[in-house]
Design a protein around this ligand. Sequence first.
Ligand code: SAM
Ligand code: SF4
Length: 326
Amino acid sequence: MADTYGREINYLRISVTDRCNLRCRYCMPEEGIDLKNNNGILSFEEIYRLVKIGAELGIRKVRLTGGEPLVRKNLTKLIKDINKLPQIDDIAITTNGVLFADLAEELKHSGLNRVNFSVDTLAADKFKYITRRNAFDKVKDALKKAIELKMDPVKINTVVIKGFNDNEIKDFVTLAYEYPFHVRFIEFMPIGDLLFWQKDKMMTNNEIKDNIKQDFDIAPAKQVRGNGPAQYYDIEGGKGTIGFISPMSNHFCSLCNRLRMTAEGKLRGCLYDKRETDLKSALRTGVSDEDLKQLFLRAINLKPEKHQLNSGWGSENNRKMYQIGG
Ligand code: SAM
Ligand code: SF4
């Protein structure tokens, strides 16, 4: 399934809920979100039907995200069902980790072998500041549990924010040195709760890399499973790797293989492009699988060649990261 620019689209990221148990300052307002009633978001049966159709069209990888995917009850059932689709060879989640440790065995049992955690600080007081919640111990438990269960790969996504966690870069690299984590540094993007975003809080990945090279010997890594937009580096003598995701300084749009589905069932070709294809309304008027396939193809055709984040798309975006599923 190729788009207008010849990119093979085989990756579907699904936001299973807008809700979250944290309130990261750059992502959600303190009061939380306008909660959709259960009719407003797709049921698991609807998501499954859409993944099945996507799989018939060429989707091979699925990532469940949110909001916080683990606040949605019985997520393991959806994982199990998706895992049974013969075309899907990779299923993953992106989570803040707060509920992970308690659900980990069940998740592993349902067929989940890999997980991405979002962790922006390794200091409990700073965690409380940035997420507005006191849950750092739970996140530490999650990281330990994922290693204990030998999940592989276990990735940690860290948004680097100048003046907040740029002085922890070395600590994150040390974590990847001591444990088999793949720590990925992500450039801070002007999307989400824009009151918190400022251009001078953004640190480019080249700046981060220079900072790391003062203390560690790093070299471009061989492939890490789950090939995405990150550039990976080995740390000499270390168990894990580090990676860099540079949506701001070096966009990777020419390699983009993904479609995104919001919790309300809207398909998007790009995180930053507000054009959407409404699958939920179609589903609920009883359309055929063939019609749904056509809607998938429409969304793929709308996929832009590249994002225009550096020239204003972030502020024009009509959705937040927790709605699209970052
Ligand atoms: N709640 C889950 C979590 O935090 O992992 C999944 C959803 S969250 C929206 C997905 C990712 O988007 C997180 O890694 C978060 O740090 C990232 N994110 C949100 N706003 C961002 C921004 N303005 N710049 C860069 N990354 C952002
Ligand atoms: Fe929740 Fe993830 Fe947004 Fe933080 S980044 S508020 S954990 S959805």
